[in-house]
Design a protein around this ligand. Structure first.
Ligand SMILES: Cc1cc2nc3c(=O)[nH]c(=O)nc-3n(C[C@H](O)[C@H](O)[C@H](O)COP(=O)(O)OP(=O)(O)OC[C@H]3O[C@@H](n4cnc5c(N)ncnc54)[C@H](O)[C@@H]3O)c2cc1C
Length: 373
């Protein structure tokens, strides 16, 4: 039986950031990852946008950790030479109803401490982006893009430099929580039992499932996982835009937006497709080419010049949504530690959807502080 200070389950961007923070606290830390590489799930299936923090409800973890995490992330990228660009984004509106929604978003952004948004009227927008069709826009200069793989590589490098170890092909099957140490059964090539004073469940889409397999954790603390797939299409043509373009947000997602990668290649998405896989391991990430028509219609609402037949299925990711016991959808990140469930040294992270990538460093700080209390 191995004994260690801290175990983190899952080597996505969140598990890597949390492992790094714990190791830098001087704790002997292992990250256990069931796949044969880090960052193969949601952390490599997203828009790679550094969000400014406009939309999230006041006082929510998303609002606080996105705004704090964004600045931490820009500083970290600069310090570690991680490719990124503060390219800005335009949030566009057509018609009075969408403009009214932008007014609400502007007010919410200010409440969240995002005070650099700029209003553009139709003439200013035309001068900036003549190919866009909209009569008003909000420009967010602090939105950007980041190379998520390079970010994870840097986090892993820091983690290992602080003495941490990443164990791949190491699925955690069960946790026996409580007592002086938590006991984890780990399967894979070399099954083993680990004892750790601290256990952090950063298993992403699979976190609620692992929590259900955690003896000692009362079932009322485990939210139900719901999955909202987001599909992306890429464009086999040049786009006339240099910043990100977002329509007014829709339910469960931010609308079919245009993001750019660091090479300037455009992609559109993600849409919202609720899925119900038989098991979380049966998620089908393939993109149905038949969804292109709906994408074209959504994109043409703000970019009428989208060339015909230019969209190609690209990739997809799945948002880890959560349902409460009463059937309502939870809209915030859930960081559940000893103060919530009463078990010392155990911390579960649920529903870490967007803006989790942006907020990863701030989420890691939050985890460390919740474990200390
Ligand atoms: C479509 C989409 C677009 C997004 N766009 C953005 C964006 O532009 N900007 C932004 O800030 N955020 C964005 N996000 C959110 C961001 O991608 C996530 O918040 C983040 O990647 C979550 O990371 P994670 O480490 O929690 O999860 P994951 O990356 O899924 O990592 C979890 C890891 O746990 C492992 N695991 C699971 N079970 C076990 C087990 N029992 N034992 C061992 N290992 C296990 C998995 O193999 C996986 O590697 C987006 C998300 C989606 C779905």
């Amino acid at each position: 039986m191995e004994r260690i200070d801290a175990v983190v389950i899952g080597a996505g961007v969140i598990g890597l950031a949390v492992g790094r923070a714990l190791a830098r606290e001087g704790l002997e830390t292992i990250i256990l990852e069931r796949a044969d590489a880090f960052g193969t799930a949601t952390s490599s299936r997203n828009s790679e946008v550094i969000h400014a923090g406009l939309y999230y409800p006041s006082g929510s973890l998303k609002a606080r950790l996105c705004v704090a995490g964004r600045e931490r992330l820009y500083a970290y990228c600069a310090e570690r030479g991680i490719a990124h660009r503060r390219c800005g984004k335009l949030l566009v509106a057509s018609g009075d109803a969408q403009r009214a929604r932008l007014v609400q978003i502007h007010a919410q952004a200010q409440r969240n401490g995002v005070d650099d948004l700029q209003w553009l009227d139709a003439a200013q927008l035309y001068a900036l982006e003549p190919h866009l069709r909209a009569n008003a826009a909000l420009r967010s200069p602090s939105t950007g893009i980041v190379d998520s793989h390079a970010l994870m590589l840097a986090l892993l490098g820091d983690f290992e430099a602080a003495g941490g170890a990443l164990a791949l092909r190491s699925p955690v099957e069960t946790i026996d929580a409580g007592g002086a140490a938590h006991r984890l059964q780990v399967g894979g090539d070399v099954p083993m039992t680990l004892e750790a004073r601290i256990a952090v469940n950063a298993a992403g889409l699979w976190a609620p499932g692992l929590a259900q397999r955690t003896a000692g954790l009362a079932p009322e603390h485990v939210p139900r996982a719901r999955y909202a797939k987001g599909n992306y299409f890429s464009l086999a043509a040049r786009v006339p835009f240099t910043q990100l373009i977002y329509p007014t947000p829709e339910a469960a997602g931010l609308g079919v937006h245009l993001t750019l990668d660091l090479a300037g290649q455009a992609r559109f998405g993600p849409d919202v497709q609720w899925i119900d896989p038989a098991t979380p391991d049966a998620i089908d990430y393939r993109v149905d080419a038949g969804r292109a028509a709906a994408f074209e219609a959504a994109i043409r609402s703000y970019w009428p010049g989208l060339p015909e037949q230019a969209l190609q299925p690209a990739y997809s990711g799945v948002r880890p949504k959560l349902e409460a016991a009463d059937g309502s959808m939870l809209v915030d990140f859930v960081v559940q530690g000893p103060a919530e469930h009463g078990i010392g040294g155990l911390l579960n992270l649920y529903g870490i959807e967007s803006p989790g990538l942006t907020a990863c460093l701030a989420i890691a700080d939050e985890v460390v502080s919740r474990l200390a209390t």
